[in-house]
Design a protein around this ligand. Sequence first.
Ligand SMILES: [Fe+2]
Length: 207
Amino acid sequence: MHAERPTITTADRPVTSDRQASFTVPGLSIEQGARVADCLQERLVALSDLSQTLKHIHWNVVGPHFIAVHEMLDPQYHAATAMIDELAERIATLGGVPSTLPRRSDDVREWNDYSLDRADSLAHLGALDMVFVGVVTGHRDAVDLVGEIDLISQDLLVGQTRQLERFHWFVRSHLADWAGGMANAGSTTELGAARSVAAKSRRQRKA
Ligand SMILES: [Fe+2]
C-alpha cells in the first residue's frame, strides 16, 4: 500500500483520491483487488522506467554497432509502452489508481536510474542486460504473488514476462560468444557490466 497523502480539496470538499475504489472485479474482495492493484502498480513503474531507459540508450548509443542497437530498441520501447497501458487499465479495472507520474513512481521505486549516458553499444547492452534481469525477476515474482489471488492478472503478467524474456535474449545474444559465455559474466551492476564488456572488447582488438 502506498503512503497516505493529504486529500486535495476545493472549499473543503474532496475532489480527488488515490485510494482504492468501492468496487473491484467480481469474485474478489475489495481488499484482494487493492493488493493485486498495488502489486501491478509496482510493475507499472518498473516498465515505465524500462521504456525510458530503452529510449535513453536509443539516443545515447555510439560506436560501430550504433544503427543496429539504435534500431533494435525502438520496437522494444513500443512493446513496453503497450504493456504499460495494459497494466494501467488492469489496475483501474481492479479499482486502483494507476500512475507513472514521478511522485507516485517514487512511492514504489526501489532501484536507481540507469547508470550510463553516452557509451559504446556493447557497454550499453552489458548494462541493459542487468536492467532486464531486474525487470524480468520482478515480473516473475509478481506472477507468483498475484497468482495466489487473481489468475486473470497473473495471465496478463505471464504474457508480458514471455515478451520481456524474448527482448532480454535479443540483448544477451550481442554479449554471448560461441561457447555460451557472456562478455559481462559475473557483473552485478550496470557500470560493472559495461566495464567488463569494454575490457573484453579491448582484449579482442589487441589479439
Ligand atoms: Fe528515434
